[in-house]
Ligand binder design. Structure first.
Ligand code: ZN
Length: 317
C-alpha cells in the first residue's frame, strides 16, 4: 500500500446545506421561473473527493443562478464524507458499498439495503429529472484531468461543447456495477438527457478545486444556463486547446490477484508496442492488445473484481 499524497484541501463545512432546499438533505436547487432545462451538478459521490464539494460551495458563494430552467447542486455521499479523516483519507470513499456502482433500476428497486443504496434512492428522482448532469470526481494519481463521456455520441458532443478539460474518454464503466452517469436515459442514444463525469486531478491537490470550478463553468456555458457575466465570477474561460478522444476498448478487472503493475503508471500512459507486459494478475501476465495502448486511470485498489485499469486508444476525430 503506497502512502497517501499530502492533503492540500481543507475539509469543507457543509452544515449550511443540511436541510436542503427541496426536502432532500444536502441538495440545493435554484429556480429561474423561466422555461428551460434542469441541470444537476453532483459532488462527493465518493466521500473523500473534496474538490467537487468546494466547487459547489464556490458556485453558491458567487451567486451563480440559472437564467432559465433550474440548477441543482447536490452533495451526494454525505455519510461517507462525514467520516473523512485526513490521516486516513482513502478510508472514506464509501461506507458499505461504492455509491457509483449501484445505478441500475433493478438494484435501486430491490430490497437490498446499505447506507449508499438508501442515499441513492433518496436522490433518484433528482437524478431522473436532470436534463444535464455533471458529476465531479477526482483521481488517485496526479494525472491530467479527464472527461468521462460514456458511450453515446451525445456525451462526446457535450464534452466538445465544454471544451475543457482536454482529454475526453469514452468508456462504459465497470463490471462491478453501473455508474450514476450511465443511469437510465443518460446511457441511451434515443433520449436527450446527457451526463458527464469529470475527473479533476488528484484527490487532495489544491489544483483539483480550480479544475472542478472551471469544469462547472464550462458545463454551464455549454448548456447556456447562466448569464455570461455571472459565469465570469468563476474565472475566465480556459484557453482553447484541441481536445483528444481516448476510446476505451476494455476495462481490465482483477481476476485472481494479487494484481501488480510491472511498470510505473501515472494516470494516462501510452505503451508503444502490442504484447508488452504491463502487469501480472496472479502469475498471469497482462499484455497490451495493440500498439500505442493508453492505460487510463490505473488503480491502486487492486482487489479481485475491481477495475485495475482501462485500456484505450487515441482516435481521430
Ligand atoms: Zn470518484
Amino acid at each position: 500500500m503506497s502512502a497517501s499524497p499530502p492533503i492540500e484541501i481543507q475539509t469543507p463545512d457543509l452544515s449550511p446545506y443540511r436541510e436542503g432546499s427541496l426536502g432532500i438533505p444536502y441538495v440545493m436547487s435554484f429556480e429561474s421561473n423561466k422555461p428551460g432545462p434542469h441541470a444537476v451538478i453532483t459532488a462527493l459521490v465518493h466521500g473523500n473527493e473534496l474538490s467537487g464539494a468546494w466547487a459547489l460551495i464556490t458556485l453558491m458563494d458567487q451567486g451563480i443562478r440559472p437564467k432559465r430552467g433550474r440548477l441543482s447542486l447536490a452533495f451526494v455521499n454525505i455519510q461517507a464524507f462525514m467520516s473523512f479523516d485526513p490521516t486516513q483519507p482513502k478510508a472514506s470513499r464509501y461506507l458499505d458499498q461504492d455509491f457509483n456502482r449501484l445505478w441500475d433500476k433493478a438494484r435501486l428497486d430491490s430490497m437490498e439495503r446499505s447506507r449508499e443504496l438508501d442515499r441513492a434512492r433518496e436522490l433518484r428522482s433528482l437524478i431522473e429529472s436532470a436534463d444535464w448532469l455533471l458529476d465531479l470526481h477526482s483521481m488517485q494519481h496526479d494525472a491530467e484531468p479527464l472527461l468521462l463521456a460514456g458511450l453515446t455520441p451525445k456525451g462526446v458532443e457535450l464534452a466538445r461543447a465544454m471544451g475543457y478539460p482536454r482529454l475526453i474518454v469514452t468508456d462504459g464503466g465497470h463490471t462491478n456495477g453501473a455508474r450514476m452517469r450511465d443511469f437510465g436515459a443518460f446511457a441511451e442514444s434515443g433520449h436527450p438527457q446527457t451526463a458527464m463525469l469529470v475527473e479533476c486531478g488528484q484527490h487532495w491537490a489544491r489544483s483539483s478545486i480550480d479544475i472542478a470550478i472551471t469544469s462547472c463553468r464550462q458545463f454551464l456555458e455549454a448548456i447556456d444556463l447562466v448569464e455570461p457575466a455571472l459565469l465570469d465570477r468563476l474565472g475566465r474561460a480556459p484557453r482553447t486547446v484541441p481536445q483528444q478522444v481516448i476510446e476505451v476498448t476494455e476495462a481490465m478487472t482483477v481476476q485472481s490477484g494479487p494484481f501488480r503493475f510491472s511498470r510505473t503508471v501515472r494516470g494516462i500512459d501510452v505503451v508503444p508496442k502490442a504484447g508488452t507486459v504491463i502487469a501480472f494478475d496472479g502469475d498471469i501476465p497482462v499484455t497490451t492488445p495493440y500498439d500505442n495502448c493508453v492505460l487510463v486511470m490505473p488503480s491502486k485498489r487492486l482487489t479481485r473484481g475491481l477495475t485495475a485499469v482501462r485500456l484505450g486508444r487515441f482516435i481521430d476525430s
